[in-house]
Design a binder for this molecule. Structure first.
Ligand code: HEM
Ligand code: HEM
Length: 204
């Protein structure tokens, strides 16, 4: 039951995260592009029904994931089994902080939680010492979790590549995407002034 719940809420979250990370990737082509795409995507994920489902899925994912973590921690022997449970644990930590921060930013601080909300922490010293690894590990953990699931469930070779090697490809793709997203969210920053209402996020 816990596994089924985790599986189906995982699918819901994966659809959102795919769009969300693509949105961040688009920042490579400029902040305006990022904000434009986020404005369009919000029509989908910020409508009352979808957002309620998404936030409920996040809570279900964390609670069911923690239950799975404690149940399967001792049986994790292979490298991918270990990656599976530890990436899940990091995602639990990240999702609690990330989603609370976004909701507090929006409803308490009355900020538009757009490009600048994420970029503020990543581009401001010394808080970037926390935010860079915090976001980078989140993207890598997401791909690591998927790679481990693939390694466990995939039985077939594709183009003569073994399931384990396919899983490595997923993990490496996640690392490459992380570098590209960071290029996007830092590259344009020097030319841009962080709007002053976001200073509160970085202790200025
Ligand atoms: C982005 C969110 C997440 C997604 C998309 C996701 C997806 C999945 C899926 C689809 C499985 C099932 C694999 C299978 O049927 O073999 C799974 C297993 C697992 N997940 Fe997650 N998960 C997420 C977050 C979490 C979190 C927050 C934790 C908390 C620790 C977690 C811990 C686990 C564990 C321990 C298993 C292994 C269960 C086992 O095979 O014994 N996951 N995850
Ligand atoms: C560089 C990495 C990331 C940055 C800069 C970032 C930034 C943001 C921002 C600015 C929002 C607010 C969106 C809006 O107001 O429309 C948001 C929302 C969210 N993010 Fe991320 N994010 C990152 C990675 C991730 C990852 C890896 C996950 C999941 C594993 C994730 C899950 C979410 C969720 C669930 C929401 C809440 C959506 C809502 O209901 O408003 N994010 N993120």
């Amino acid at each position: 039951m816990t596994k089924k719940l985790h599986y189906f809420s995982g699918l819901t979250i994966t659809v959102f995260v795919a769009l969300h990370l693509f949105n961040h990737l688009v920042s490579i082509w400029g902040v305006e592009r990022h904000i434009e795409l986020m404005t369009s995507l919000r029509l989908f994920y910020r409508n009352g029904f979808v957002e309620t489902m998404l936030l409920a899925a996040v809570v279900i994912q964390i609670l069911s994931g923690l239950k799975l973590f404690f149940a399967s921690r001792k049986n994790a022997v292979s490298g991918f089994d270990k990656l599976h449970i530890w990436s899940g644990l990091y995602l639990a930590f990240f999702l609690v902080i990330h989603v609370s921060a976004v909701l507090i930013g929006r409803f308490v601080l009355h900020l538009d939680t757009n490009f600048y909300f994420g970029a503020a922490g990543i581009n401001s010293f010394p808080v970037n010492l926390f935010f860079i690894p915090y976001y980078a590990l989140a993207i890598v953990s997401f791909f690591g979790h998927i790679a481990a699931i693939h390694a466990k469930n995939m039985k077939k070779k594709v183009l003569n590549v073994s399931p384990e090697r396919q899983a490595y490809v997923i993990l490496i793709a996640g690392m490459v995407l992380t570098v590209c997203v960071f290029y996007g969210v830092t590259n344009h920053f020097n030319g841009i002034v962080l709007p002053k209402e976001y200073n509160i996020l970085v202790g200025r």
